[in-house]
Ligand binder design. Structure first.
Ligand code: KG4
Ligand code: ZN
Length: 387
């Protein structure tokens, strides 16, 4: 395989165990863990790739959006490496990284082909509508590759088509899981348990996921979210997940399930390494039905708006990326809908769905080809937008 399409190593230092006891990411702990891990992980990555620092031609780092402290650790380290080795520094938007996780694997699937050239998009027809759906984002972008002949404008172009007005979808998974006494992060727990429930049992309609006109023009309060005003966005492609979270809370209260949720939480936290199988034993049918119905409603909303947006903007393909793209119901339903509509859909493999290093390198590659480098004044931008 040729340069730009081969992952020689991509090592992830998971912080799940650090944050799990708190049921969410603790920013101070995240920075501390980054600081602790960055040198050993870099060494391990070089070793696995069977190369040395001297072999590296450029260093890419994400400069946002995200938590300021964690971003700062990466940026400072990358700047130091760039300066010390005299190699270019490339700034990558975290969301662009998620999009390029899919494009990278699309290229890799055609392994053995000629080296990807600037503008090469693999087998996926362009432009693509990208749903970036994670713990911090639920955003729709129209992604266009650089024109193959245009050396100066070698960057991909992105237009924001829609976004959440409040919680991200992953955040809703995490908060609902916490409420139901399940583990952290909540997505994978809900994903596994949902298969044992009836997705039609609790009718969470789209009334719970309606757009909120009164929020228009205001910046969303979602952490690290795109801050652009939404006045120019089509209301049909806006998301809101705080309503369904509240609806689940109300359901739990009305049906007097709170005590059993707390008991489940206590039982799971008493176990050394609880799995979703342990949680399944601790869930009655009503809880499993609630979980399945919640997931069904969230996935249905993501699906409906994504495909409507793809049609409205004339996208030639759809790609779904970010932690929530690992969800099995999401993959099955998006695949079926895409087949019905005759539009290609692509997802990252599970390893590249959640945050990883390969996606940042993949997004940096076209910038490397175009000579689009950052300077040592690069700063962290927790609310960096992608346009
Ligand atoms: O992209 P990511 O690793 O980190 C950022 O938020 O940037 O995404 C993490 C999110 C969490 O909210 C997690 O609950 C969710 O992705 N997630 C899932 C699944 N796996 C991870 N949500 C639904 N189903 C899953 N299988
Ligand atoms: Zn992410």
């Amino acid at each position: 395989m040729e340069r730009g399409a081969l992952t020689r190593s991509s090592i992830v230092a998971s912080q799940i165990a650090t944050h799990a006891p708190y049921g969410g990411v603790v920013p101070e702990l995240a920075s501390r863990e980054h600081l602790r891990n960055i040198v050993p992980i870099t060494r391990a990555a070089l070793e696995k790739a069977d190369c040395e620092l001297g072999d590296i031609e450029a260093i890419a780092v994400t400069n946002g959006p995200g938590l300021a402290g964690a971003l700062l650790v990466g940026i400072t380290y990358a700047k130091a490496l760039s300066f010390a080795r005299g190699i270019p520094l490339i700034a990558v938007n975290h969301l662009e990284g998620h999009i390029h996780a899919v494009l990278l694997e699309d290229r890799q699937r055609r392994s053995g082909n000629a080296a990807p050239v600037r503008g090469d998009t693999g087998g996926l027809p362009m432009p693509a509508l990208a749903l970036v759906v994670s713990g911090g984002h639920t955003h729709l972008f129209l992604a266009r590759p650089p024109a193959a002949s245009d050396v100066e404008l070698g960057s991909w172009q992105y237009s924001l088509i829609g976004r959440t007005l409040d919680d991200a979808a992953g955040e809703a998974f995490d908060k609902v899981a916490k409420l139901l006494g399940l583990g952290y992060p909540g997505g994978p727990w809900i994903d596994h348990l949902a298969q044992f429930g009836n997705p039609k049992a609790v009718p969470f309609g789209f009334a719970q996921i309606k757009t909120k006109a009164h929020l228009e023009g205001k910046a969303p309060r979602t952490k690290g979210a795109q801050t652009a005003p939404i006045a120019d966005l089509d209301r049909h492609f806006l998301f809101s997940f705080s309503g369904i979270k509240t609806a689940v809370l109300r359901y739990v209260e009305v049906h007097r399930m709170r005590e059993s949720c707390e008991a489940r939480q206590r039982a799971l936290s008493a176990m050394a390494h609880p799995t979703w199988l342990d949680a399944q034993v601790l869930c009655d049918q009503q809880t499993l039905d609630l979980i399945a119905s919640f997931q069904h409603a969230v996935v249905g909303d993501l699906l409906r708006k994504t495909f409507a947006a793809a049609e409205a903007v004339g996208a030639a393909s759809v790609l779904v990326t970010g932690g929530v793209a690992a969800n099995r119901e999401l993959r099955v339903r998006f695949t079926a809908e895409a087949a019905e509509r005759g539009i290609p859909v692509a997802f990252p493999t599970l390893a590249l769905s959640t945050d990883n290093a390969a996606m940042i390198a993949a997004a940096a590659w076209p910038r490397f080809l175009a000579g689009d480098f950052a300077n040592l004044g690069l700063e962290a931008n927790p609310r960096l937008t992608l346009v």
